[in-house]
Design a protein around this ligand. Structure first.
Ligand code: MGD
Ligand code: MGD
Ligand code: SF4
Ligand code: MO
Length: 895
């Protein structure tokens, strides 16, 4: 455990999802939810609870490097300044770019945006928010005239119906989902989930519509027509506060005159659609929560507007318990939008579409080279790089070699770029393409501000000394600016300096036209900034801060009216054909964060979903001849990989799903984005990450294996491998396509060892049964187990991973080698099965045994018996599911 360097508890904010939970770090390093933070009132989810285990030196970058050689900060930054200056001088400002992140703090983001747009003279700064929030931003601007989320978290507490669209909040926004569950208990809030997959968020929902990928617009167009035909239609509101209703309704009706037409497009039974429409129409307090199933689509902006249209038609925006509510992904996705950190935004909710706005920002910054037009959006940016048009790029806080679609093409682009700077805390796949690498301070080391999904600004506060020579991103960008000759504009000495300027810009010549106004924070003293409590915007000088927006029906468009937008239905861009007959959907698992640079090494977060699975419906699996646990070769137009199949009815037939988390650093599968297509939404530029046409074939394997080691390996000579963090080391499930020996020959242990060669130790115990093709090795250092390897022709002859991991954790002495090689558990070691409760490390087998032996029937009883589910509650949906699945038949019939 890392000890905090401060004598008092530090109040900070969780660096993962957009819920934005407050965290308290005690001087002894223990962490707990901040009871005084309005987002979480003391709770943390499984990832938040394991934050302490993500800290430490493993994998951290400690000093700047130039082409792999250690360099000083001065040397590295001078080189970067010279290269950016030269590119701008020779090729113009649009030949350089920044690619940043919603995991920047607001101060990092502000300085980067100011440098690019005000001083370089280009708007080529884009961020991973293009892959995340861009469609919501564009939808808000179209409908409201400004990128504003009207509601607050209290609306979830006060709603009678919550519609989750393309959101697996149970796993991705767990603490908010807890609030929804609490509302359900308290006021009977009903829940409808619209998601092609049956996810953990469906457990306990009143209705799940497993709609065809990409068909949301059809469903909401149908709903608009239904609202128009019902008492829910608010004619007075539409007349007083909106425009374009008739056009939008006519377009919706023309395409989807009947529920049957909607059913045909969405592939959901008409009766279920009817049920959803009835609930929506008859419930005034409706919140529609949406996330990446909406945004990451070639029709993402239309999906947002189709949803907003329905809320506007019923006059349900910005009022208690009602409204469209876009959930932000990253901890500071919202802060990035405040500073205007996307290529098509200006700053502080101002727009390139307005010459007055451009001039206003120019004057405020005293900018010598103000950009006057939008820059390249992420997918276009990397295309331009591949075309040789980008001469220098600075990448920070994101891992595009893994997270951008068509990842191989992105890697080609990076290879082609003459000068690449990567600033990161950890080694990652993108780092391999850098000419200059810069060590960034991480969460525990860094001060600044983040804004969550409900517009609440919270302080992130440092509580440990920096690792090595690591520095914060705002400092790096400011140093770059200074070295390029703009010392006055970038003379910040601390985050508070940057924050005050950001707040002042938000209020600059802002007569109320821009709802984003935090002028009340522009004069904070350093001490006040240090002590700042979570503050919801707007926070205008002299006015009370926070609350809902647009409840008065006055929107940000110049005429004060919201806009209905006609949203003709468009299907996903990649079409299926005879070969590529399945749609690949991608997303997240409960306990991993993005490309796993932070969560991937934590045992407690690795057992819930240990491997990069391909989820597939039994009917599609049968067609491919695939059984559960076997391997599948998955091919798209952009790439191919081999994954382990997980066959389950949670998938829609015709659609498969894989997680976005794994990379070359931790699995042979590499990033799923190698397969994913890059069709973009025409308005937002957000890529369609959830609908790529793929073919899936069974991949026979000639052998299977399992390797356990104390230290991780960079690479393994095995057609399939992945790294699973376990207590005391790492486990690697393995499989190979080539037989262990040539036809007619018998394999031997030397061959096996030579091929995989991961056990370099003289003290080796070997068990070999060449005839059966079974080989087992255990290597010892100082008389204790250091590594072991099991290889066999048949998967069934490889011992169980969880059981072996439990054994490995005990560091068994050499006396036990016979049992080890036999794969027989040591006394008292049993597999607990996949981890369900990450907080108390309780496995599924343990839970099932407790249910059976004590006759448990509720999650609360499981909590009493095993503590499972009693801390963060992230696993409660899964506990309920296990209870249902293990309930005696007569109970199930009654339920
Ligand atoms: N555990 C965990 N939590 C996270 C993150 C993480 O890495 N790990 N990342 C954070 C970030 S940055 C983000 S952006 C959020 C994302 O949070 P979510 O958006 O909830 O997560 P995803 O799994 O990407 O996608 C959500 C759902 O969209 C569904 N979907 C796919 N296509 C469609 C469609 O056409 N229509 C509809 N209606 N649904 C569809 C998928 O099946 C999936 O269940 O999570 C945040 N929280
Ligand atoms: N197929 C598919 N692809 C997707 C998605 C999907 O659903 N499907 N989701 C998309 C979405 S919504 C998102 S948000 C992206 C996320 O994708 P990425 O942003 O690429 O993922 P991360 O792993 O969070 O990368 C963050 C990097 O920043 C580093 N880092 C952390 N803190 C700091 C800091 O303060 N400063 C610096 N300089 N570095 C830091 C981390 O070590 C890590 O290497 O992926 C997108 N890609
Ligand atoms: S819900 Fe979990 S991941 Fe999200 S901010 Fe809260 S503790 Fe962090
Ligand atoms: Mo995201």
């Amino acid at each position: 455990m890392i000890h905090a360097a401060l004598p008092r508890p530090t109040r900070t904010t969780c660096p993962y999802c957009g819920v934005g939970c407050g965290v308290v770090v005690d001087p002894d390093g223990t962490m707990r939810g901040d009871a005084a933070h309005p987002a979480n009132e003391g709770r943390l989810c499984s990832k938040g609870s394991a934050l302490g285990e993500t800290l430490g030196p493993r994998g951290r970058l400690t000093h700047p490097e130039i082409k792999g050689r250690r360099a000083s900060w001065d040397e590295a930054l001078d080189l970067a300044a010279a290269k950016f200056a030269e590119a701008i001088r020779v090729h113009g400002p649009d030949s350089v770019a920044f690619y940043g992140s919603g995991q920047f703090l607001t101060e990092d983001y502000y300085v980067a945006n100011k440098l690019m747009k005000g001083f370089f003279g280009s708007a080529n700064i884009d961020t991973n928010s293009r892959l995340c929030m861009a469609s919501s931003v564009a939808g808000h601007v179209r409908a409201f005239g400004e990128d504003v989320v009207p509601g607050c978290y209290e609306d979830i507490d006060e709603a009678d119906l919550v519609v989750l669209v393309g959101s697996n909040a149970a796993w991705c926004h767990p603490i908010l989902f807890r609030r929804l569950e609490a509302a359900r208990k308290k006021r009977g809030t009903r829940i409808v989930v619209l998601d092609p997959r049956r996810t953990a968020s469906c457990d306990g929902a009143d209705l799940h519509l497993p709609l065809r990928a990409g068909s949301d617009v059809a469903l909401f167009n149908g709903l608009l027509a239904r609202v128009a035909d019902s008492d829910a239609l608010d004619r007075a509101y539409i007349g007083a506060h909106t425009a374009n209703f008739d056009e939008a309704l006519a377009a919706a009706r023309a395409e989807f005159p009947t529920v049957a037409a909607v059913a045909a497009e969405t592939d959901v039974p008409a009766a279920d659609i009817e049920a959803f429409y009835r609930m929506f129409v008859s419930t005034e307090r409706v919140v529609t929560l949406y996330s990446q199933g909406v945004n990451q689509s070639s029709a993402g902006t239309d999906k947002v507007n189709a949803i907003v249209n329905c809320h506007l038609a019923a006059g349900r925006v910005g009022k208690p318990g009602m409204g469209p509510f876009s959930l932000t992904g990253q901890p500071n996705a919202m802060g990035g939008r405040e500073v205007g950190g996307l290529a098509n935004q200006l700053a502080a909710h101002m727009s390139f579409a307005s010459p007055d706005d451009i001039d206003r920002v120019r004057r405020f910054w005293n900018a010598p080279n103000m950009a006057t037009k939008p820059g390249l959006k992420a997918v276009e940016l990397f295309d331009a790089m591949l075309a040789g048009k980008i001469k220098a790029v600075w990448i920070a806080g994101t891992n595009p070699a893994v997270s951008l679609p068509r990842a191989d093409r992105v890697r080609d682009a990076l290879r082609k770029c003459p000068f690449v700077v990567v600033a990161d805390c950890h080694a990652n796949d993108t780092l391999g393409f850098a000419h200059v690498t810069l060590p960034a301070r991480g969460w525990a080391e860094k001060d600044g501000a983040v804004t969550n999904s409900e517009r609440r600004i919270s302080r992130q506060r440092a509580f440990t000394p920096p690792t090595g020579e690591a520095m914060p991103d705002w400092w790096m960008f400011a140093e770059l600016g200074k070295r390029m000759g703009w010392g006055d504009a970038f003379g910040y000495s601390k985050p508070a300096d940057v924050f005050r300027e950001h707040a002042a810009l938000s209020a600059f010549e802002n007569d109320g036209a821009r709802r984003f106004d935090i002028g009340a924070l522009a004069d904070l003293t350093d001490a006040e900034y240090e002590a700042m409590e979570p503050t919801q915007w707007p926070a205008r000088k002299g006015a009370p801060a926070g609350g809902r927006l647009y409840g008065d029906g006055l929107f940000s468009h110049p005429d004060g009216r919201a806009r209905f937008v006609a949203t003709p239905f468009r299907a996903p861009v990649e079409k299926l054909d005879a070969a590529r007959n399945l749609t690949l959907n991608t997303g997240r698992v409960r306990d991993q964060w993005h490309t796993m640079t932070r969560t991937g090494g934590v045992p407690r977060l690795s057992t819930h979903t240990p491997e990069p699975y391909l989820d597939i419906h039994p009917a599609d699996a049968a067609r491919a001849g695939l059984a559960d646990g076997e391997f599948a070769r998955v091919e798209s137009r952009h790439g191919a990989t081999i994954m382990r199949a997980r066959v389950a009815g949670d998938q829609r037939p015709g659609e498969v799903h894989a997680a976005m988390h794994w990379s070359d650093a931790n699995a042979s599968t590499g990033p799923v984005d190698r397969l994913v297509g890059a069709a973009t939404d025409p308005v937002s530029g957000q890529p369609e990450l959830k609908a790529t046409a793929v073919m899936v074939m069974r991949q026979p394997m000639a052998w299977h294996g399992l390797l356990l080691r104390r230290e991780p390996l960079a690479e393994l000579k095995s057609d399939y491998w992945c790294r699973v963090a376990i207590d005391g080391g790492f486990a690697y499930p393995l499989a190979g396509i080539e037989p262990l020996a040539a036809p007619g020959e018998t394999p031997d242990d030397a061959w096996v060892l030579n091929k995989l060669s991961p056990l370099a130790t003289p003290d080796l115990a070997v068990y070999a049964d060449p005839a059966r093709g079974v080989f087992r090795f255990a290597s010892f250092v100082d008389g204790a187990l250091d590594a072991c390897l099991f290889v066999a022709r048949e998967a069934a002859s490889v011992p169980d991973r969880d059981m072996m991991a439990a054994m490995f954790a005990r560091e068994p002495p050499k006396e036990h080698r016979a049992r080890l090689l036999a794969g027989v558990p040591l006394d008292g070691v049993a597999s607990a099965g996949p981890t369900i409760c990450a907080c108390f490390a309780v496995g599924r087998v343990t839970i099932e045994e407790a249910i059976a032996s004590h006759g448990l029937t509720t999650a609360a009883q499981i909590g009493e018996a095993l503590k499972a589910g009693t801390n963060c509650g992230s696993c409660l949906p899964e506990l309920e599911k296990i209870l249902r699945e293990t309930a005696p038949a007569e109970h199930r019939a009654a339920a």
